[in-house]
Design a protein around this ligand. Structure first.
Ligand SMILES: Cc1cc2nc3c(=O)[nH]c(=O)nc-3n(C[C@H](O)[C@H](O)[C@H](O)COP(=O)(O)O)c2cc1C
Ligand code: SF4
Length: 432
């Protein structure tokens, strides 16, 4: 039995606790691979793109781009090979959903890959797995091998006449290789330095060929959409954000885990009902709703539906759905220190605003935490983070600036108290 059970399952994570679900036989016994058979034998690539577009599925890798629309950018009559990339680099602190799918539902992810590849006319899929996820990569490679042997992959996939193969590659532990063009550089054997866009991957992607990049979870939804239809999918979640998603809850909660729930489920329901609230009778101070890149919300704003259209109104986003809960012992300046340290360390360094900006953000937070900060430092923090937004080759710099802006917006008094007292007023907070 799998030791890290999610506490709530839905169509994506049903059966993940059952040992044989990772095998081809176990997956087939539960109806697996029927959706791909239907798509490849009875539908055209355009039909599949239309269904996924009609479902309203949005990418689950962080940016929330509509999947069907992304697929429609691929050439319908390519003059050479096209590719699909499954982004399994999952490195956003607070996010651990893709790992569960890779380790416990590899055939479901593979079925989504084969359908996605057929829809985008890709002859090969590269699955780029985060370096630290060695177990996930091993499990996934075994599933690929099973599919090759069974004729699910290969020159005549599922006997449909469509040829497809899947190659698993492993990263080396760099967060920036999750950014789709940093990933493509790394895949091609270079440093993971994001590319200027345009051209976009659908025009010039892996090895110079048209490429679609999709997140693991995004692809795992696809067999269900093909099997049950777009209307079924639209019946879950909200009008603008259909379907379920995997919320990873970590930090100061009684039951940290993965919760598959409809988009639009309220944040306070997830934190207090599903994850059991804060242990030890303490109160919530802050919640990061979508992985470390997303601005935190204060305790008074947890009555928000977890969907981009609602979170946007509160100045934050769904991101990867990684929810990080902090109790009232937490020093938000220390949280800002570890956050800015992470982004300073992971910047690829190509853009000045990002390379220098992440360094300055960290230096300033660290100085304030030490008790050596001045009032003016708060304005410098605000100005430096503002100067990093929308200026750079990739969205990493925005992702580094947003959390700092969120901390200043909602927890400015923590920063001011450090300056006023010339020391950290939260001795019980976590150690730096
Ligand atoms: C700094 C940075 C890191 C990212 N890391 C990941 C990641 O680990 N996994 C992922 O799927 N997407 C990640 N993304 C988003 C990808 O660039 C891309 O949007 C995504 O893989 C597309 O898949 P989707 O449309 O299915 O969401 C990252 C983006 C940025 C800017
Ligand atoms: S924004 Fe940062 S991570 Fe992205 S390309 Fe520029 S320097 Fe590299």
């Amino acid at each position: 039995m799998y030791p890290r059970l999610p506490h709530v399952t839905g169509y994506l994570t049903e059966h993940v606790a059952e040992d044989d679900f990772v095998t081809l036989e176990g997956y087939r016994a539960r109806g697996g691979w029927l959706a791909a058979e239907r798509a490849l034998r009875e539908m055209s690539p355009e039909d599949v793109v239309d269904q996924v577009t009609a479902s309203g599925l949005q990418g689950r890798g962080g940016a929330g781009f509509p999947t069907g629309q992304k697929w429609s950018f691929m050439p319908s009559d390519p003059d050479g090979p096209s590719y699909l990339v499954c982004n399994a680099d999952e490195s956003e602190p607070g996010s651990f959903k893709d790992r569960l799918l890779l380790e416990r539902a590899p055939h479901k992810v593979l079925e989504g890959i084969l359908i996605g590849a057929f829809a985008t006319r890709a002859e090969k899929t590269f699955v780029y797995v985060r370096g630290e996820y060695s177990r996930a990569a091993d499990v996934f490679e075994s599933a690929v091998e099973e599919c090759r042997t069974a004729g699910i992959l290969g020159r005549n996939a599922l006997g449909s006449g469509f040829g497809h193969d899947v190659v698993v590659t492993r990263g080396a532990g760099a967060y920036i290789c999750g950014e789709e063009t940093g990933l493509l550089e790394s895949l091609e054997g270079r440093k993971g330095m994001p590319r200027k866009k345009p051209p976009y991957p659908a025009q010039v992607g892996a090895f110079g060929r048209p490429t679609t990049v999709n997140n693991v979870e995004t692809l795992a939804h696809v067999p269900h959409i093909v099997a049950n239809g777009p209307e079924w999918f639209r019946g879950l979640g909200t009008e603008e954000s259909p379907g379920t998603t995997l919320f990873g809850v970590s930090g100061h909660v009684s039951r940290p885990g993965l919760y598959e729930l409809p988009l639009g489920t309220r944040l306070d329901e997830i934190v207090f009902e599903h994850a059991g609230g804060v242990p030890g009778g303490r109160k919530v101070k802050a919640v990061i709703p979508g992985g470390l890149s997303m601005p935190a919300l204060p305790a008074g704003q947890l009555d928000v539906p977890m969907a981009n259209e609602s979170l946007r109104e509160r100045g934050t986003f769904l991101g990867t759905g990684g929810i990080i809960v902090m109790d009232d012992t937490t020093c938000m300046v220390r949280v800002a220190c570890v956050t800015t340290w992470f982004f300073r360390d992971e910047s690829c360094g190509q853009c000045t605003q990002c390379r220098e900006g992440t360094g300055w953000l960290h230096k300033l937070c660290e100085r304030i935490e030490r008790g050596a900060g001045e009032d003016a430092d708060l304005d410098v923090l605000r100005d430096v983070s503002a100067s990093m937004e929308g200026q750079t080759i990739c969205a990493f710099a925005d992702a580094a600036a947003w959390p700092v802006q969120g901390f200043l917006r909602h927890f400015r008094e923590d920063f001011e108290a450090h300056v006023r007292l010339a020391k950290c007023p939260f001795p019980a907070s976590f150690e730096l």
